[in-house]
Design a protein around this ligand. Structure first.
Ligand SMILES: [Zn+2]
Length: 202
């Protein structure tokens, strides 16, 4: 089985930003795409964007999330928030970092989300098999030993994912900058089953 590439130009990375008419997603990545072996992963993403934009129509939305909800979640690659929660374009804010930790910067985003863009509910999503379960705060000391500078941020490592979700809910609920803290719920996403398990805040 083979595919005939649908574009004829050279797929060099520097020119791929204008390759809007490429139609086959298999061209740059498969072994048959030998012409594109110099492409970096980012080149391929930019090319995919050209295809996305070619089919894109302006949804005519403003910036306020339709469902008035903000999601704080781990950055884990196995967690597809829109698919897992049945979300559509424009429905929600998604705020992601390592662990889905409620850091000062997440509070910054939530504060703007609620006070400037009208969201009222917060859902926190951590997951099974998180990379932060295998780290400790020693990570900061190791960094300091290596580079001569201790990071200002906490690693936010944890051992008990349920407890970490509870702590995250507590940080949101007690934050003075937020307008809406009455509808805050926390979950653990199972990366094997795709199912959310709600965590009792008590
Ligand atoms: Zn994670």
């Amino acid at each position: 089985m083979f595919f005939v590439p649908s574009h004829s130009g050279p797929a060099t990375g520097v020119t791929s930003t204008v390759m809007l008419m490429t139609t086959s997603a298999s061209v740059p990545t498969g072994p048959e795409g030998a012409v594109a072996t110099d492409d970096t992963v980012i080149d391929r993403l930019v090319e995919a964007n050209g295809q996305y934009a070619a089919a894109f129509t302006d949804p005519g939305m403003d910036a306020r999330p339709v469902l008035q909800v903000a999601i704080v979640a781990c950055m884990d690659a196995r967690l597809d928030l829109h698919a897992a929660l049945g979300l559509e374009l424009g429905d929600c804010h998604t705020i992601r970092n390592a662990g889905g930790a409620v850091t000062d910067d997440v509070i910054r985003s939530l504060t703007i989300s609620q006070r400037a863009l009208g969201t009222r509910s917060v859902i926190l999503i951590h997951h099974t098999g998180c990379g932060l379960e295998s780290l400790t705060e020693d990570f900061r000391q190791e960094l300091e030993a290596e580079v001569g500078q201790r990071p200002a941020w906490a690693v936010e490592a944890f051992r008990d994912v349920d407890q970490d979700v509870r702590q995250s809910m507590q940080r949101v609920r007690t934050n003075p900058f937020l307008l809406h803290t009455g509808d805050v719920r926390g979950f653990v996403f199972d990366v094997k089953s795709g199912l959310l398990r709600e965590i009792d805040p008590a």
